[in-house]
Design a protein. Structure first.
Lengths: 293, 486
């Protein structure tokens, strides 16, 4: 039988592209060439099992996370439940809110235990797990809308900072959102943590009952979606400057409380060209720069 | 739990239930009319773009093809559904080789993302739609403007880079939507600032302010006089052909003079251009001959009493024959309307008969930009030169295109000659249109083509996702040897 997963080096010869069903990873490791090779070999070996492992518990992972929820068995599933557990009972959340970050984390841990790398990243559709050996750094660009690839900011992450996970969430992204944020980018210690937090903050950037916002039950669009009958954002029409400001305020308030709880390091909340940054000093926001016309 | 119309995707163990018109969790497989199909490859690419990657997954997978195949004596693969690698300089999604007239032909099949594109709309109507350069709006947003009036048709220019990406987000989205609907043959309501509202649908009559246009005028008022002067001579003393552009008057017109039509003492409003030809007899409008007049006599001044005579017979008719009235002068030389005599009815009917059915026609105008051309060859300018030198044929969904002379590959195509629903869009916003380049395999190699990506036509024939369509009879076969100069 043909192997389902597609694994190949990208044409640049440096990055590894791994795809299986909805999982699409870009891996890049830095270090000696034989270490990189060992890292990619190990990543490939692990990756072919990831989707089956997740799908074996998929119906559980799609259920609302509650304080007394049982633990799943798979290591990635456990990362997911751990990442969403701080929110369980407070807001509606399922372990699926952290799936991308958890997969990235799992592959990152796999390669860093297999090889000596100066740095590495696993990019799972914008949710990124990072490895930084002492003295190393990454510059990360943040994209406001996936359909309009322009950077609205960059974050310089140094090994002395605790950030090893980045995630972005918004209603235009691949997953449904209960909010209207164009993008919420979160920096946290771990990728799954960042992923869950970005989802929670993006859900909070909202204007309940606003007539310009078109919502539909998640189930009506995607019958087996984990959000079930919850109303997810389908379209956001005209918003006044006051609307934008109050929606951003709502997201900022949640982001601030997550920083206070030490669940995340910083968040950039983006709506209609306006960005609010809630941070512990890691994000630099230079002038806008366009990467593609 | 799942709805009845949802289908279960078995492409991976997630086993998504997918509703019609939606995609699964991967954004790659979707439910189209109850069929599981590979959809919207550009969605995948957009994500690749946002990560700065250069993924070209299209060539090494088995279930990618979702394009239409135009069947006939041989087969030609259109680019519809082929996907695109924009903005990566990577081989186009499909590079097909098939044999034609003994030489290996290559068709590079790709879907281009056209963010600078537009449509030119020709509306066959004499009615005044709006002043030149006035904005054309859809859903209240500016999507283009009124441009020149030519030969009894009003031209609109819609889309283009400024409306697609230069204005507000809403303007861009509505423009993209308007272009997409027009190109896919759907009806679109357009409102012209200080002008008419018009429903435009490619290949269908325009509907102006709720009235469906039937016929396009046979010519301007002056031309109509020229065409029908002999028919009117001796049957009627004076004829005025009312036209917003050039109103013709039989007795003063060169054609009438040649026949010896005597002066009638008629005096016209408006500005005389040359004898028997008047500009601006009234304001533009949607009534008689594209003017705003409901009463034709309103464009006449009093007859000259020294020349006119009681009983003078006057026919007034519009350039389409749609409006007509017959008058005779009373003792006070005032026109009195009478029934149209039967011997004049035939000439009015003939004007009508010579007016062709009024249509809206829509030409899509797009250009193959650098990155699209780079998907075809490693050296994009060579493709341009090859097209200019006629070594490479450009088609759009298998339909012939007109390649505009000058720089780049800018082409126009009649959307009614393309397969249905050949256009798509991306939220950039931009239109996605098919484009095929056909050339000899040997020429393709010379151009710097991606020879290692060439697939045989047979290899696509086994793909269950292909769709066969009959070639349109009025389109030349894309792989046929060309007639005439090339």
């Amino acid at each position: 039988m043909r192997q389902r997963a597609q694994i190949s080096l990208l044409p640049d010869g440096r990055r590894l592209h791994m795809n299986d069903g909805p999982i699409d990873l870009i891996v890049e490791a830095f270090g000696d060439s034989h270490e990189i090779e060992a890292a990619y070999d190990e990543a490939s070996r692990r990756f072919v099992h990831v989707l089956d492992e997740l799908c074996s518990e998929l119906s559980f992972l799609r259920q609302q996370s509650m304080p007394d929820s049982p633990l799943p068995t798979g290591p990635i599933a456990r990362r997911m439940t751990a990442a969403v557990s701080p929110y369980s009972g407070r807001v509606f959340i399922t372990p699926m809110a952290a799936v991308a970050g958890a997969v990235a984390e799992d592959i990152l841990d796999t390669i860093t235990s297999a090889a000596q790398l100066s740095k590495a990243y696993i990019n799972d559709g914008g949710d990124i797990a990072l490895h930084l050996a002492p003295g190393e750094q990454f510059v990360i660009g943040m994209v406001e809308r996936p359909d309009r690839p322009s950077l609205f900011g960059t974050a310089r992450l140094h090994s002395t900072q605790p950030v090893r996970g980045i995630a972005t969430s918004g209603w235009r992204g691949r997953s449904f959102s209960l909010g209207i944020a164009d993008a919420v980018t979160v920096l946290a210690e771990r990728a799954a943590q960042a992923d869950a937090a970005a989802t929670v903050i993006a859900n909070a950037v909202d204007l309940p009952g606003h007539p310009s916002i078109l919502r539909a039950p998640a189930r009506s669009i995607s019958p087996d979606n984990d959000l079930g009958d919850l109303l997810v954002t389908q379209h956001v029409g005209e918003l006044s400057p006051e609307d934008i400001s109050s929606a951003l305020d709502a997201g900022v308030m949640v982001a601030q409380s997550l920083i206070a709880e030490r669940l995340i390091q910083s968040a950039a909340v983006h709506l209609r060209g306006e960005t609010r940054v809630v941070t512990q000093e890691v994000v630099e926001l230079p002038s806008r720069s366009l990467v593609h016309a | 739990m799942p709805d009845e119309d949802a289908i279960r995707c078995d492409a991976c163990p997630v086993l998504c239930y997918i509703k019609p018109g939606r995609t699964g969790a991967c954004d790659r497989y979707g439910n189209r009319d109850g069929q599981l199909v590979r959809l919207d490859p550009h969605v995948v690419l957009d994500r690749a773009v946002s990560r700065g990657d250069s993924v070209v997954p299209f060539l090494d997978r088995d279930r990618e093809w979702d394009g239409n195949i135009v069947s006939g004596p041989a087969k030609f693969v259109t680019a519809i559904g082929a996907g695109t690698t924009y903005p990566d300089y990577k081989p186009a999604p499909f590079i097909i080789s098939s044999e034609a007239q003994g030489v290996d032909m290559v068709t590079v099949v790709t879907e281009g993302i056209f963010s600078y594109c537009g449509v030119k709309v020709k509306i066959d109507t004499d009615r005044h739609l709006g002043a030149e350069t006035n904005l054309v709006r859809a859903q209240g947003e500016p999507v283009g403007h009124v441009t020149t009036g030519e030969y009894g048709s009003q031209m609109l220019s819609l889309g283009g880079v400024r409306h697609l990406t230069g204005g507000s987000r809403k303007e861009g989205t509505v423009t993209c939507d308007t272009l997409l609907n027009l190109c896919n043959g759907k009806a679109v309501d357009l409102a012209i600032d200080d002008g008419a509202t018009v429903t435009v649908q490619a290949g269908k009559p325009p509907v102006v302010d709720g009235m469906q246009e039937e016929r396009m005028r046979v010519g301007c008022g002056s031309a109509t006089i020229g065409m029908f002067a002999k028919r009117w001579f001796n049957k009627v003393d004076e004829v005025v052909v009312v036209d917003d552009h050039i109103t013709g008057v039989l007795s003063e017109h060169q054609a009438g003079k040649l026949l010896g039509v005597p002066e009638t003492g008629i005096k016209m409003k408006g500005r005389r251009s040359t004898p028997g030809r008047y500009f601006q007899v009234a304001e533009p409008g949607t009534a008689w001959g594209g003017t705003n007049i409901e009463d034709p006599l309103s464009i006449l001044k009093d007859f000259n009493p020294k020349i006119a005579w009681a009983g003078l017979r006057l026919l007034m008719v519009s350039t389409t024959g749609e409006h007509h009235a017959y008058f005779e002068l009373d003792e006070a030389l005032r026109p009195v309307e009478k029934d149209l005599p039967s011997f004049l009815r035939e000439s009015v009917a003939r004007i009508k008969e010579n007016c062709e059915p009024a249509l809206c026609t829509v030409l899509f105008m797009g250009g193959a930009g650098g990155s699209l051309r780079a998907g075809v060859t490693e050296n994009p300018v060579r493709l341009t030169n090859s097209v200019k030198n006629s070594f490479t044929r450009v088609t759009c969904g298998g339909a012939p295109v007109y390649v505009w002379p000058g720089g780049g590959i800018t082409f126009m195509v009649d959307v009614t000659r393309m397969p249905e629903n050949g256009f798509g869009y991306v939220p950039t916003p931009a239109l996605v249109a098919p484009i095929e380049f056909t050339l000899k395999l040997s020429d393709y190699a010379t151009l710097g083509g991606y020879m290692d990506h060439v697939r045989t036509l047979d290899s696509l024939m086994t793909d269950e996702r292909r769709r066969h369509l009959s070639a349109r009879e009025n389109n030349p076969w894309p792989l046929a040897k060309r007639q005439g100069t090339d």
